[in-house]
Design a protein around this ligand. Sequence first.
Ligand code: ADP
Ligand code: ADP
Ligand code: MG
Length: 502
Amino acid sequence: MIKKVLVANRGEIAVRVMRSCREMGIETVAVYSEVDRKAMHVRYADDAYLIGPAPSAESYLRIDKIIEVAKKSGADAIHPGYGFLSENAAFSERCEKEGIIFIGPSAHAIRTMGDKITARKNMIAAGVPVVPGTTEAIRDLKTAVEIIKEIGLPVMIKASAGGGGKGMRLVKREEDIVGAISGAKSEAKAAFGDDAVYIEKYISSPHHIEFQVLGDKHGHVVHLFERECSVQRRHQKVVEETPSPIMRHDVRMEMGAAAVAAAKAVNYHGAGTIEFIVDDELNYYFLEMNTRLQVEHPITERVVGVDLVKEQINIANGFELPFVQEDLNQNGHAIEVRIYAEDPDNNFMPSPGIIKHITEPLGLGVRHDGYAYEGYEIPIYYDPMISKLIVWGKDRKEAIARLKRALYAYKITGIKTSIPYLVRILDVPAFIDGRYNTHFIEENQELLKPLKHCTDRCQDVAAITAFIDYLTKLEQRQPAVVGKDLANNWKDFGRKRAVLRL
Ligand code: ADP
Ligand code: ADP
Ligand code: MG
């Protein structure tokens, strides 16, 4: 039985994992880099160890250091979160060798699915539809050009080791083929140390729809339905929702079964995601499998009513899944938005810095997974995501209204954030109607720009309003400090009289 978990990550996901551990009575160990001494995950954990300087290659990616800390601290398991070492087969293997439980899939599953060419071959063998294209790496340009002519333009050139939207090129014209292949190759070489690329047909009007799966170590696999992730900027997800507004019940069941077959093909255990690309006619094709917890996992948790981290831990413990497919249902609608420390009105420039003030949205149906606090400095070294706002509504309409309400209440000052941009997305008719695909952001660029009249002047007014709001709040806090009977003064908070008595 797992009693102490080392979380090999930082930011919101480290805190989120520790929260479930605490509920399960499991102790937590944080690891941190030199710039993360004051980070939330370090404060939240029962125990914390410095593992190196800021750059991740010298800290959060140091397998040796992390294993050393696990041993020193007596942790019996490691949760890798997402990013960093979460899809590193060598890490999973090393944990096993050292007698530490890796809360995630086997090295074999990570390896097979981590290489897109190998994954495609395995999926074809398992009868899961894949995007038409090559099943081998491109060897020479001449054959590549011939294959592309056969498949028909447009095509995607994709790195076999690719991830995070890197190593991918869309080719629309014949004369661009050569440049795209060499571009994808060199980007893949630099990012992943592997320049193998392959060709996929480009699905026009594509929707990114993924299925959450859970498998135990006894061969049981279930899916927890879909997530619609087509609102993307540079192939990176910005808004995710479930159920998908374009999904049909029969297709959902078919795709769910395909996702389960995909996971079973690699004897998958743990939480994983099968990503599909879907066209307007709801033809679906396997894109890739993410062998870890996803950033957007909370929308599934909310709608299906399952704590995915707890299930990951139970699976790692060797328990059987506590449910079968028929027990699982989708209830209502959930949407997640990712809040980044970046300036949406200045080409999404990262905006690291000290957070002066933060007001988190509260209320019915709102979940906020973050890690920043007032006075915290967002470091420049890592992913600029500060938090995720997740809302639930009985239906899509209520979820959108609630998300707007929550985003409106969400105030962060000191740094720029993507909040204003997210609000604009919710006002775009194609989003409101649920008629959007992965081109949503480029097709609606005009609507996503700040209103013309809302220039510097408008922002000044906003700043003044925020300041008045701040002063009013200060004033309201006064009675508690200056009142005679401190112990009973809380009653006065709800009464206007309290302020007047000053
Ligand atoms: P999700 O698919 O869960 O939405 P992303 O694709 O945005 O997540 O990636 C989650 C995190 O993992 C991000 O911090 C991203 O930078 C990182 N990441 C994704 N793929 C890779 C990779 N191949 N190598 C390194 N980091 C990656
Ligand atoms: P990554 O590993 O970087 O996440 P994916 O293979 O999951 O790469 O693709 C990322 C995104 O790129 C998809 O969500 C989709 O928007 C787009 N994409 C990938 N392949 C295709 C394709 N064949 N046709 C159209 N769009 C694609
Ligand atoms: Mg992907």
